[in-house]
Design a protein around this ligand. Structure first.
Ligand code: FES
Length: 221
């Protein structure tokens, strides 16, 4: 696990304000807003834009390249064209000193693994929530697009993950993006070898497959 590194004093970043720093060979943006410090990777997940140069608005920051917004508290992508979250790092304020600890992706996933280290369906489904449908702005799990998550042994202790996923319509233009996103996030879970995503249109998706959260978000009651 990485350590905290002092990056600045409180007064060096006005509220609201932000600045980028290199910590453990990673470029991060430290944000001061509403009396709180938060820290994100200084990289837009759309195409690598520098978030430190973007506009801060309360709890969101906009990428200066194509305008995608991210939540400064949890790194989630709030608007297109970004669909994947950016990494969040730990911040500690001690007296006048502000320190940052780099949290790498595998660390956050390991925390949610079972005590035996076995990969469970719940973990895969939770991880798949990072993939947001670019047209509806709701994650693919809450939309009810994930039908089956199955495992098969691979080399050593690793497993292959097979996902049956549907689309809201057969001609959904976001299909390739959602498949790539699902493979990418699940492939980062430690212990996962190969990820196969199969598109199934039978049974067809219907709005009643959405969770209540998704319905609320879309204003469907
Ligand atoms: S690089 Fe950030 S929105 Fe495109």
């Amino acid at each position: 696990m990485s350590e905290f590194h002092r990056v600045c004093s409180i007064s060096e970043i006005p509220d609201p304000g932000k600045a980028s720093f290199e910590v453990d060979e990673r470029i991060v943006v430290l944000i001061h807003s509403g009396g709180q410090f938060t820290c994100l990777d200084d990289v837009c997940t759309h195409d690598g834009g520098p978030l430190a140069d973007g506009e801060l608005d309360g709890t969101s920051i906009a990428c200066p390249r194509h305008g995608a917004k991210f939540d400064i508290r949890d790194g989630s992508a709030l608007t297109m064209p970004a669909t994947m979250p950016t990494a969040v790092h730990e911040v500690k304020v001690d007296g006048d000193d502000v320190s940052v600890r780099i949290v790498d992706e595998s660390e956050t996933v390991i925390e949610s693994e079972t005590s035996t280290g076995e990969i469970k369906e719940d973990l895969v489904r939770e991880t798949l929530k990072k993939v947001i449908d670019p047209e509806l702005f709701v994650n693919i799990v809450d939309l009810g697009l994930i039908y089956v998550v199955a495992f098969e042994p691979s080399d050593g202790d690793k497993v292959n993950v097979k996902i049956d996923m549907t689309m809201t319509s057969p001609a959904c233009p976001a299909g390739p993006q959602l498949i790539a996103g699902a493979k990418n996030v699940v492939g980062q879970i430690p212990g996962v070898d190969d990820v196969e995503v199969r598109i199934v249109m039978d049974p067809p998706w219907t709005p009643d497959r959405m969770t209540e959260d998704a319905r609320d978000q879309l204003g469907i009651f």
